[in-house]
Design a protein around this ligand. Structure first.
Ligand SMILES: NC(=O)c1ccc[n+]([C@@H]2O[C@H](COP(=O)([O-])OP(=O)(O)OC[C@H]3O[C@@H](n4cnc5c(N)ncnc54)[C@H](OP(=O)(O)O)[C@@H]3O)[C@@H](O)[C@H]2O)c1
Length: 252
């Protein structure tokens, strides 16, 4: 008798989940992966924004499906993994893109600790929560990839260089260290998963015009999505536990 697992319809297409895919860089990552012919789960917490993004992607020819997901909620992450299992029967690539900036200014001497807590909860703990919910599915893939959308503002090297104001923006005690923390978390996963076929890397999209920065960024969301698409499509002998932007390695 066939086991319940083997009854699950498995999509033939490579399947990805992008968190925070309803707008900005996440939407364009979903579009970029969809353009490869992949099936793409559009992870988003708001029903209307998620459905609008799914419809837009489908109109552009992408095999998109909606995945209700609030990365700060354990039950939501568990339910998202169950939905992907039921609808797709597989997950090959996870792109942890969802994040918040937390509002500015964020000077250390005056920040509300609740702001730091909220930013870390979304940008770091959210990534761990979603990654761990998806790992059982990813482990069944032939070439699993995890991409953590980080930022060069999380680079301690860049932050401590002269002229950091120009290269890494204003002092931001919640957002910038959340990306440093995320980079460190990426490295810890890479160490634990070394010897498996899972490659996990962090990518910086550059300074992109999105809601996150009041559209002050200078790159387009499509340009910002390119590094995540590249890291999602690494060959089996590709790097793991590294931090990249379009120009190559970013120093930690
Ligand atoms: N823009 C830049 O210049 C820049 C530079 C470096 C790195 N990044 C990184 O790029 C990624 C995407 O940012 P973006 O610029 O595209 O920002 P964005 O337009 O503000 O998009 C952020 C996305 O994350 C989602 N999100 C936030 N909290 C969530 C939660 N608890 N659960 C589920 N989704 C949640 C948002 O959903 P809602 O619509 O529901 O709020 C939205 O879809 C982030 O990791 C960011 O740190 C951006």
């Amino acid at each position: 008798m066939a086991s319940e697992g083997s009854m699950v319809p498995m999509r033939e297409r490579t399947t990805a989940l992008v968190t925070g895919a309803n707008k900005g860089i996440g939407y364009e990552i979903a579009a970029g992966l969809g353009a490869l012919g992949w099936s793409v789960g559009v992870g988003a917490r708001d029903d209307q924004r998620r459905e609008a993004a799914v419809e837009r992607l489908r109109a552009a020819g992408v095999d998109a499906f909606g995945v209700p997901l609030d990365v700060t909620d354990d039950a939501s992450a568990t339910a998202a993994a169950r939905l992907i299992e039921d609808q797709a029967g597989r997950l090959d690539v996870l792109v942890n893109n969802a994040a918040i900036a937390g509002g500015m200014p964020q000077e250390p001497s005056s920040v509300d600790p609740a702001t730091v807590r909220a930013v870390v909860e979304t940008n770091v703990i959210g990534v761990i929560r979603v990654t761990n919910a998806m790992l059982p599915l990813l482990r069944r893939s032939a070439s699993p990839r995890i991409v953590n959308v980080s930022s060069s503002v999380g680079s301690l090297t860049r932050q401590s260089e002269p002229g950091a104001e120009q290269t890494t923006g204003p002092v931001a005690v919640a957002y910038a260290p959340s990306k440093t923390f995320l980079n460190a978390v990426t490295l810890q996963y890479a160490r634990e998963l070394s010897g498996t076929n899972i490659l996990i890397n962090a990518g910086c999209p550059g300074y992109v015009a999105t809601d996150l920065n009041g559209f002050r960024g200078v790159r387009s969301p499509e340009q910002g999505a390119a590094i995540a698409v590249k890291l999602a499509t690494l060959p089996d002998d590709g790097p793991t536990g590294r931090f990249f932007d379009d120009a190559g390695i970013v120093p930690w």
